[in-house]
Design a protein around this ligand. Sequence first.
Ligand SMILES: [Zn+2]
Length: 60
Amino acid sequence: MKPCDLCSLDCGNRPFELVTPEKTLQFCCEGCRGIYEMLHEINTAPAQAGQNPDKPTERK
Ligand SMILES: [Zn+2]
């Protein structure tokens, strides 16, 4: 079992991975991965269509 790199909860069978130049991190959920990206200002290529890095959208 692998603990989440953010909250240390069990990642389960299908961890959410975040590949950085240094290492691959694993998270228990997409939220933890997103928070880690924010905290460390990690810019990854968007995995899903509809995300435009040139025009960041804010959700209300
Ligand atoms: Zn977590």
